[in-house]
Design a protein around this ligand. Sequence first.
Ligand SMILES: *Cc1c(COP(=O)(O)O)cnc(C)c1O
Length: 367
Amino acid sequence: MKTYGYGHQSITEADIESVVEVLRGDYLTCGPAVRAFEQAICAYTGAKYCVAVANATAGLHIAALAAGLGTGDEAITSPITFLSSANCIAFTGAKPVFADIDAHTADIDPDEIEKRITSRTKALVPVHFAGQSCDMKRIATLAKCHGIKVIEDAAHAIGSDYGDTKVGSCAYSDMTVFSFHPVKTITTGEGGAVTTNDPDLYAKLCALRAHGTHKDGEMAHTWEYEMRELGYNYRITDLQCALGVSQLKRLNEFKRRRREIVSYYNENLALPHLEEMPYSNACFHLYPVLVENRREFYFKARAAGLNLQVHYIPVHTQPYYRATYGYKPGDYPKAEAYYAKCISLPLYPSLTDDDLSEIIRRIKGIL
Ligand SMILES: *Cc1c(COP(=O)(O)O)cnc(C)c1O
């Protein structure tokens, strides 16, 4: 029996050739493929600057540091996300605060953000869940009003549009972070990128990726460099970036197929699913549905060759978050109600029409 996961990378011979070409060249890291990938992301998203990094968690970490987060500060993110969106705040010593979701989109709800803003709030980290952009105009208005930074966690959302802007353009934020893990829409194996339009943030991000070192002015022509802050080795390799350049060329085609699959599921499965808002034209990363008795559904699906996944366990209910910050179940009721029923069906561009009818047949068999 053919088995299906909830996501899978799509790698062509052209992708493979682009990586092999780097292996035959002079630079395995810090070379021209890294710049080429960063420039391609800028061209695609419309952002002025891009810093490619080892993974999105590293990208979120340096974005949080560049935003000035530190001990005594707070930043607000969604409870329905991967751990990194909140962990990146904790890495800096700041306190991760959550704001509940809008049940129609499972994105963070701007009204809930507003309720959680305090004099300590220094940043918002909205997560474009399943690929659908958050309501960025409202989030940007809140941020302006309170003088705080916005870091978009767009790990799910490369290729997505918000109104007439691309996610990653930073039209409504200070920085946007992408992930290129194999389950995401385009992949570099492991990898991530931060985009921004602000030259000062760009300089900080570059330094933080490379141990906090700077090499400006006369230093550019000598062996000298200066470490002015504590940074990390969050570099990505040329091998990975060559794959990224090649994958990015296929993004629009991935988006077309992903949206086609979502429409097909919407029409052929009568299961509650996310709504797409008028401001969104999403390159969907996930297709979560809500099912009664999710645990039973999960195991029956597995027996039927469907290896599904749950996105996500609300972060505030994790033991670390409960022990460190005193969060408890019941704190974010909409996120917890969503989590109780959600499960993500297979969604990746290489699924054929035959695969889709087979998947639907199996799901109907276990409902
Ligand atoms: C995958 C993911 C991340 C982390 O990405 P990595 O590249 O694996 O570090 C962060 N946030 C969200 C919402 C994600 O889905």
